[in-house]
Design a protein around this ligand. Structure first.
Ligand code: EPZ
Length: 423
């Protein structure tokens, strides 16, 4: 079992460069296979989730190849299989995006339903409702969704709970449908806008992405293009929170502050000093941190993906803070591990009550999901003494070159890979 060994309580200074957005790259890589030509994608993060989606596309017949750091070539010309492989799809929920693409491209999709997840139940009923709204005939058999349509027909679809995934999947199906689709109550995340920009560059006709009504006029075919993925706002936010906790001065390059307004406002509200330029954001830890009450919301509200990292920061605030999670029903699993490091956090239903400041002490801990895992890394970097973190397969899904980036800030962090030969 690989582990990270961290010696904490060091003041960190320096520059960290954010990678491309995982949650933008995943739908954009799938969308590129909608064309029977090659697209070149830049600033693609090379994490395990991206590797999984590339393997799924290759298994379906598309051509996917890395062409230098962060550069991915995707060509959907060879796409011919409509059945996605269970052993790959089961690894990652976003694999379900291939359903919308296959339905739009081939008129048929057979995709295993994603399992539960360590942050709560994550059904795909809103995605299926979108496909049915476009005229697909959908059945659920033997743990897979089977969707068929000679050609999808544009229509109106009210996206329940402004679901990011359902918005994205319905967009992927609608761009090649016959007629116009109107998505109401659509997700407004920057990653949805990035996807719409990619699709438009491929010849799709999309208006309104970033607002809650997206209008898509179906076209007959799409062509290849070149596209640069936006910076990963959740990675940027994670490192800004780290800087607020253990800076010195930490600068995050390749950062778009406009994608993080609610997080920057929350950091300033607790006393963190922030300096923004067009491409970078600098934070430094203040002498005292004030407590705060946070509620996670759909974009542009406070992002659920930074709930865990921000909660770690609030363990250092002078007083009682509350963090209410409204998006997922099981996103506090990291709290038990954080309490083992000395955090004073009680979880009552959908709210964490955090009393600070609490002296964190290093401990052996286990990551159980991507963002909760990053929260443990941040806690370990602040704690007195040594921590050992296992469950790295979760963290590696969304934080490219993690230990190198942290070492650039002067952190004492080493990865010990599982022994190839059992000792
Ligand atoms: C996307 O997940 C992101 N993943 C998540 O990031 C992010 O936390 C989430 O959006 C919210 O911002 C990717 O983009 C790959 P939703 P998604 O559909 O699409 C329920 C990370 O750490 N729901 O907006 O799954 C769902 O269970 C990941 O990078 C249904 O009930 O989020 C949740 O409670 C974690 N039925 C709520 O809606 C559905 O069909 C919002 O989910 C779909 C969703």
């Amino acid at each position: 079992m690989s582990k990270l060994v961290i010696d904490g309580n060091k003041v960190l200074n320096g520059v960290i460069t954010a990678s491309g957005a995982k949650n933008s790259a995943l739908p954009i890589i799938v969308a590129s296979a909608l064309a029977e030509e090659e697209s070149l994608l830049r600033n693609v993060p090379h994490g395990t989730d991206v590797e999984t989606i590339c393997s799924i596309l290759s298994s379906l017949g598309a051509k996917v190849s890395w062409d230098g750091p962060g550069q991915l070539r995707v060509n959907g010309a060879g796409l011919k299989k409509s059945k996605a492989p269970y052993e790959l799809v089961r690894k990652m929920r976003a694999s379900f995006y291939v359903a919308g693409m296959l339905l739009g491209r081939l008129g048929e999709a057979v995709v295993p339903l994603p399992g539960g997840c360590s942050i709560g139940s994550r059904p795909v009923d809103f995605h299926i409702k979108g496909f049915e709204a476009l005229g697909a005939d959908v059945t659920l058999e033997h743990g897979s969704m089977k969707a068929r349509a000679k050609r999808l027909t544009g229509s109106k679809y009210y996206v329940s709970r402004a679901s990011v995934g359902a918005t994205v999947n319905t967009m992927l199906a609608a761009v090649l449908a016959d007629g116009t689709t109107v998505l109401e109550n659509a997700a407004r995340e920057p990653e949805v806008v990035d996807l719409a920009n990619l699709l438009s560059a491929m010849g799709a006709k999309i208006r309104g992405a970033g607002m809650d009504v997206i209008r898509i006029e179906g076209v007959d075919r799409l062509h290849g293009t070149e596209h640069e993925i936006i910076p990963d706002r959740i990675e940027v936010g994670s490192y800004l929170i780290l800087g607020a906790m253990v800076g010195g001065e930490v600068v995050v390059e390749n950062a778009m502050g406009e994608h993080l307004r609610s997080v920057l406002a929350s950091l300033e509200a607790i006393g963190v000093k922030i300096k923004e330029s067009t491409t970078a954001i600098q934070v430094s830890r203040p002498d005292k941190l004030a407590p705060l009450n946070i509620v996670t919301q759909q974009y542009p509200g406070f992002p659920t993906d930074l709930q865990a990292p921000f909660s770690v920061l609030l363990t250092q605030a002078d007083g009682v803070s509350t963090v209410r999670e409204t998006i997922f029903d099981g996103r506090f699993k990291y709290v038990d591990e954080l309490r083992r490091m000395g955090a004073d956090i009680q979880v009552e239903r959908d709210t964490a009550i955090i009393t600070g400041p609490a002296e964190l002490a290093g401990a052996p801990v286990e990551a159980t999901d991507l963002r909760g895992g990053m929260a443990l890394v941040i806690g370990a970097l602040s704690a007195q003494g040594r921590s050992e973190i296992i469950g790295l397969e979760h963290i590696d899904r969304g934080y490219e070159n993690l230990e190198q980036k942290l070492q650039n800030l002067g952190a004492s962090v080493k990865r010990f890979r599982a022994n190839a030969v059992r000792s």
